[in-house]
Design a protein around this ligand. Structure first.
Ligand SMILES: CC(=O)N[C@H]1[C@@H](OP(=O)(O)OP(=O)(O)OC[C@H]2O[C@@H](n3ccc(=O)[nH]c3=O)[C@H](O)[C@@H]2O)O[C@H](CO)[C@@H](O)[C@@H]1O
Ligand SMILES: C=C(OP(=O)(O)O)C(=O)O
Length: 428
């Protein structure tokens, strides 16, 4: 097991390149199950979620190659093998195996998913969608059993706007008989990316990226080549990092339109932001204004950037409020930031940040992926050395993070944890 060590307090400068989107990758890879010939996806991030999904596709008989960000999946020999736990629990997005395997084989047994612990993360809307398409769904000892004689298109209204349910229903519906309409669908860019892949495979989908998606089922899907979109959350993390410790940082391979809410909030704080076609420049700030943030579904401020943004707010003079309306308990990073001398308190679904604080290096633990990103930014900002444990969370979503940050002039490295540290981590 490894930890990250960061020598903080030094300004960063230069260009940093964004990788392919994790939340697209984890849906695009399961989507390949639906094809009857090889599918190639270009630009995938080198993250553990992608490797775990590769292993899961291989477990069900897929022939997968993955090199230099390009994955080719030959799904022709796949079978509906039960995947009750093990790798399935390592990531949230293993739930996409339910929709994809149901769509292709009309049956699947998949363990309940893992992923970041952000409070309750039910999948009732996914199941409601599968049932509306004609599947019988049961939960037996922590695994979801799905079976259908035939999948039939249906009108499905989502009670909660859910990224996962929208994509999962799309996966199950593309080969169903007749028309499926998803109402109150989520509108995240990753949904458009998955719909683009499926359309190139031969699916008939209209309205992805709006709140009504219409899918006309087809009998057969075939292979194609697809390039993934850039990761807006990784890009956003680098923008926040640039605002906190940068003296001019250019973020390359980004779609600025995907980050309008973050750009607006950074400008409101007084951070200079310039946008190009596929680049964003974050200038050096001299003074940071306190502001309030409320997370919302896309195109609102993303919950996945709330934790990193909290760190930036410790630099502002005055009081800022961060409210998470998607995951009201997504504040496990706050105790760790307090160890580093931040003045933040949590009240209900809000964190109140009183700044400015001079952060101090400390030994901290990432409880989840974006808590990890927040602690890395805090470590770069802090005086002295910061040690971040829980690296396995960060490795789920940030490709080559150490190399990328060192390229900006940061001093950050991975180090093996001692036996004693691992014991302490287990008991904490
Ligand atoms: C792999 C992936 O893409 N993960 C993202 C995805 O997670 P995920 O797809 O799990 O998140 P959802 O959009 O489904 O969740 C949004 C809200 O709806 C609730 N809900 C969801 C499904 C359901 O059946 N019932 C229900 O009540 C959730 O508890 C949450 O409060 O979107 C989240 C919200 O943008 C992001 O934080 C995650 O990074
Ligand atoms: C919550 C996240 O991921 P997951 O849904 O995969 O746990 C995230 O990417 O911030």
């Amino acid at each position: 097991m490894e930890k990250l060590k960061i020598a903080g307090g030094y300004p960063l400068k230069g260009t940093i390149k964004v990788s392919g989107a994790k939340n697209s990758a984890v849906a695009l890879i399961p989507a390949t199950i639906l094809a009857e010939s090889p599918v190639t996806i270009e630009g995938l991030p080198d993250i553990s979620d992608v490797h775990t999904l590769q292993g899961l596709l291989e477990e069900i008989g897929g022939n997968v190659t993955f090199k230099d960000g390009e994955m080719t999946v030959d799904p022709s020999s796949m079978i509906s093998m039960p995947l009750p736990n093990g790798k399935v629990k390592k990531l949230r997005a293993s739930y996409y195996l339910m929709g994809a395997m149901l769509g292709r084989f009309k049956k699947a047994v998949i363990g309940l998913p893992g992923g970041c612990h952000l409070g309750p993360r039910p999948i009732d809307q996914h199941i409601k969608g599968f049932e509306a398409l004609g599947a019988k769904v049961t939960n037996e000892q922590g695994a979801i059993y799905l079976r259908a004689d035939e999948l039939r298109g249906s009108r499905i209204y989502l009670d909660v706007v859910s990224v996962g349910a929208t994509i999962n229903i799309m996966l199950a519906a593309v080969k169903a008989k007749g028309r499926t309409i998803i109402e109150n669908a989520a509108k995240e860019p990753e949904i458009i990316d998955v719909a683009t892949l499926l359309t190139n495979m031969g699916a008939k989908i209209k309205g992805a990226g709006t709140d009504v998606i219409r899918i006309d089922g087809v009998d057969r899907l075939d292979g194609c080549r697809h390039t993934i979109i850039p990761d807006r959350i990784e890009a956003g993390t680098f923008m926040i990092l640039g605002a906190a410790v940068g003296e001019g940082i250019l973020i390359d391979n980004v779609i600025p339109h995907h980050l309008e809410s973050l750009i607006a909030k950074l400008r409101e704080m007084g951070v200079p932001v310039e946008t190009g076609d596929d680049q964003i420049f974050i200038g050096k700030s001299n003074k940071y204004k306190p502001i309030d943030i409320k997370t919302l579904v896309y195109p609102g401020f993303p919950t996945d950037l709330q934790q990193p943004f909290t760190v930036l707010l410790t630099k502002a003079e005055g009081s800022s409020i961060v409210t998470d309306t998607i995951y009201s308990a997504r504040f496990k990073h706050i105790d760790e930031l307090r160890r580093m001398n931040a003045n933040i308190k949590v009240e209900g679904s809000s964190a109140i940040v009183n700044g400015p604080s001079i952060l101090q290096g400390a030994k901290v633990k990432a409880s989840d992926l974006r808590a990890g990103a927040a602690l890395v930014i805090a470590g770069l900002l802090a005086e002295g050395i910061t040690e971040v444990a829980g690296l396995e969370h960060i490795d789920r979503g940030y490709s080559d993070l150490v190399e990328k940050l060192n390229g900006l002039g940061a001093t950050i490295w991975r180090e093996k944890m001692t036996e004693e540290e691992m014991e302490q981590l287990k008991s904490s």
